[in-house]
Design a binder for this molecule. Structure first.
Ligand SMILES: [Zn+2]
Length: 433
């Protein structure tokens, strides 16, 4: 492929993005002036969020999927035909666990990002992270905490929604909640108070205030750290009591918002599940009993396998050369236990620990750890949409948002093909050709 044939479609995509998004704030989503923006996408096959259909086409009108089905059944007079031979069309992917305000720890340690990087610098980086995420086919992210950057995810989300910068739709957690003394940065003299990567709050009144404050400032959900490595032993231990977690969930739920929990220990997971947290993030130390409890309560697991894989490599593990460290071997075991128990698996890599735009790494690792490509893709589309209460996306279905991605080849058979992005469509607008 010549440079020009590569660049021209790319330029077209970017121009099309800017011309289509710089309208008045809030007005971009649903208007379709003149009714002219009808496009018929013709890939080899459509993955609709559940199953694969050979020979299907997708008609998009304005910001909405108008029709989907076998080519002969879809009336498409007047629509621009986009021929996508050799590709698979999928719902825009939904990243379940991102930190757009972090960048990989092998570039800058987490401590240094939180303590030394100016907030303006972190936001500047985040705008590029958002763009790269979208261009990789991820049209929605659930961003689980700004890690010391206060409410900067709220402004980032607004800038994307108003078309100021390109990026995925965001569900934001804002600061996240931690029990006093339990989080990080840590390791300083006990005589020094160091700014923390999330909001400390404890007990009845303080927790109610913190939850309500975060919601008031823009949180779409509440994230809690149900356990963490704390104290001199630096071993993960439960943080909030069961009653505190129940209170957080109750206050968030009364405003219509879910609570999700970072938890890696059996007891931290148990409390978070019993309290009503909707997803467990990481879950590394889960057991068959805990996963059975999750299945029973309908709690989903967001396993973030790529994060542990990345941090192990940052600590010196030479993947493919050295034997797998104990942490990785254990993760393979517990991931399999969760699958065997029938726990709903969210797709979410904790991206930010590794490079934004490389989100597909988690999909590849879910397959490496025992899921079929089709199951992993369901997680990243219809399952995440269901678990995150996003009824308007995650499937290729008439009436849903026209958030699509098109990959070369067939990622439902070979997951790595998901990286070969031919096209991204968000809100009916082509982002990249
Ligand atoms: Zn995280």
């Amino acid at each position: 492929m010549t440079l020009t044939t590569y660049l021209l479609p790319l330029l077209y995509g970017i121009t099309s993005f800017f011309s289509s998004t710089f309208r008045s704030p809030g007005a971009t989503a649903l208007v379709n002036p003149g009714g002219a923006e009808s496009r018929l996408y013709k890939p080899d096959r459509v993955f609709d969020g559940e199953t694969v259909h050979d020979g299907w086409v997708v008609l998009v009108k304005g910001a909405t999927i108008e029709a989907v089905g076998p080519a002969a059944s879809v009336r498409s007079e007047g629509a621009d035909v986009i021929d996508l031979k050799g590709t698979t069309l999928l719902p825009g992917l939904i990243e379940g666990h991102s930190h757009l305000l972090l960048h990989p720890y092998n570039e800058t340690t987490w401590d240094d990002q939180v303590l030394k990087e100016p907030r303006s610098y972190r936001v500047a980086r985040a705008t590029i992270h958002a763009r790269n995420t979208l261009l990789a086919g991820f049209t929605t992210v659930r961003d689980l905490g700004t890690e010391g950057a206060d409410y900067d995810d709220v402004g980032l989300k607004q800038a994307i929604d108003q078309g100021v910068i390109p990026g995925p739709r965001m569900i934001v957690a804002t600061r996240a909640l931690i029990a006093t003394g339990s989080y990080a940065p840590k390791g300083f003299s006990p005589d020094v108070d160091v700014p923390q990567g999330a909001e400390e709050a404890d007990g009845h009144d303080k927790l109610i205030q913190a939850v309500r404050r975060q919601i008031g400032k823009g949180a779409d959900l509440i994230k809690v750290y149900a356990d963490y490595r704390w104290g001199l032993m630096s071993e993960a231990r439960p943080t909030f009591t069961l009653d505190e977690l129940k209170l957080i969930v109750e206050v968030a739920r009364s405003s219509g918002r879910p609570t999700v929990a970072h938890a890696t220990t059996v007891e931290g997971m148990r409390r978070a599940i019993l309290a009503g947290c909707e997803t467990i993030e990481h879950g590394d130390g889960g057991t068959p009993e805990i996963f059975a409890l999750m299945k029973d309560r309908g709690t989903a697991l967001c396993p973030t396998v790529a994060a542990g894989d990345a941090t192990s490599q940052y600590r010196g593990w030479k993947k493919g050369i050295d034997p797998e460290p104990e942490r990785i071997r254990n993760k393979r075991i517990t991931f399999k236990q969760a699958l065997d128990a029938g726990v709903k698996i969210c797709f979410g890599g904790d991206v930010g620990v590794f490079t934004h735009g490389d989100n597909a790494r988690e999909l590849e690792m879910m397959v490496d750890y025992g899921m079929k490509p089709l199951e992993a893709l369901r997680s990243a589309t219809s399952v995440n949409a269901g678990v995150f209460h996003l009824a308007d996306r995650g499937r290729i279905q008439a009436g849903l948002l026209a958030d699509l991605m098109v990959a070369e080849g067939d990622p439902t058979k070979t997951i790595g093909a998901i990286r070969k992005v031919r096209l991204v469509v968000k809100n009916g607008q082509i982002i990249k050709l």
